[in-house]
Design a protein around this ligand. Structure first.
Ligand SMILES: C[S@@+](CC[C@H](N)C(=O)[O-])C[C@H]1O[C@@H](n2cnc3c(N)ncnc32)[C@H](O)[C@@H]1O
Length: 307
């Protein structure tokens, strides 16, 4: 039962080599509950309201990690989780590190602080020259922080929102890198339970608040809105509502996109770049560095410098 479910996860993933890497610890697989591997739980009632990650297996695993402390201690290497997040390769981690050495050597000097993002959930870590063991996903989050600083300055925003937050790793890294007042995390309700469990495992400088799209009044005007591989994975109806409630009034924006043009990976029921031009504040399209999937790009607005 377990191995066939694992095989399904490997088959389903966009980058099977990433899931295979996560499966290199058979002891971990034995400790995962059969229930979490087999169950399917959806949030959206139909495809019209489901993002690319609302596939059934992901939310079931997230719920298991919230409910069971043992599952929580290893959730970041579970195949059902790696399919959606934590699939940054060792090589991509090295590319983020190379960019950081050039763009933000002071953040490299603080790398031990950022390693706090690797303490919970047993992520895969690799030994990188000069900085020791760190998860390549954490290196990606530090590289995003470096991009934000390059584009928007040393204090990118005091009132920040992120759409599609994973477990909250980008928030934790930004909380270390920047002076922020409040950080609002938007995601699916079961995912936000995991985010709270994760963030409460740490000691933060800023305050955080979690919300689903439906729970948001849409009255806040954020200094900065971030969304990496998340807003772009939502169906168009949800993209439109996020724009209305959260993105359109934000002074600054940074979105890593994997939909919206004929070259991008996700094509089904997404707003096009031309439609986004009509709906978002005037933005610039920037390259994703390193390019993690053909066609990916970054949308930025409100910036004074470029990448
Ligand atoms: C590919 S992950 C990216 C996570 C994170 N931004 C990162 O870079 O690691 C996509 C995220 O979108 C979230 N998501 C799915 N449906 C959503 C929705 N309706 N509203 C907000 N977030 C959603 C998923 O739970 C997940 O956290």
């Amino acid at each position: 039962m377990q191995s066939s479910t694992v095989a399904t996860a490997v088959k389903a993933v966009r980058h099977p080599e990433r899931v295979r890497a996560a499966l290199s610890h058979p002891g971990q697989i034995a400790s995962w509950s059969r229930h979490a591997l087999a169950r399917k739980v959806f949030v959206g009632a139909s495809d019209e309201y489901r993002s690319e990650s609302d596939t059934g297996a992901y939310v079931a695993l997230v719920q298991a990690a919230v409910k069971d402390y043992k599952a929580f201690t290893t959730f970041r290497r579970h195949p059902n989780y790696v399919v959606v997040l934590e699939h940054v390769t060792r090589q991509e981690g090295q590319a983020y590190l190379d960019i950081l050495r050039k763009d933000a050597p002071d953040l490299i000097d603080r790398i031990e602080e950022f390693k706090s993002n690797d303490v919970v959930g047993s992520p895969r870590v690799f030994d990188y020259p000069g900085i020791g063991k760190i998860s390549p996903t954490t290196l990606r989050y530090v590289k995003v922080a470096s991009d934000l600083r390059k584009l928007f300055g040393a204090e990118p925003g005091h009132n920040v929102a992120e759409v599609g937050v994973g477990y909250g790793g980008q928030m934790l890294v930004c909380d270390t890198a920047f002076h922020m007042r409040q950080y609002d995390l938007f995601d699916l309700a079961p995912v936000l339970n995991l985010v709270e469990r994760y963030l409460e495992s740490h000691l933060l400088n800023s305050a955080y608040h979690t919300s689903t799209l439906n729970q948001c009044l849409g009255e806040e005007s954020y200094d900065l809105v971030i969304s990496n591989y998340a807003f772009s994975e939502l169906p168009s109806a949800l993209q439109r509502r996020y724009i209305e409630k959260v993105l359109a009034t934000a002074k600054r924006g940074y979105l890593t996109m994997n939909s919206g043009t004929p070259e991008t990976y996700f094509q089904h029921n997404k707003l096009s770049l031309a439609q986004l031009r009509e709906l978002l504040p005037g933005f610039e399209v920037l390259p994703e560095r390193p390019l993690t999937c053909p066609g990916n790009y970054i949308i930025a607005w409100g910036h004074s410098e470029t990448l």
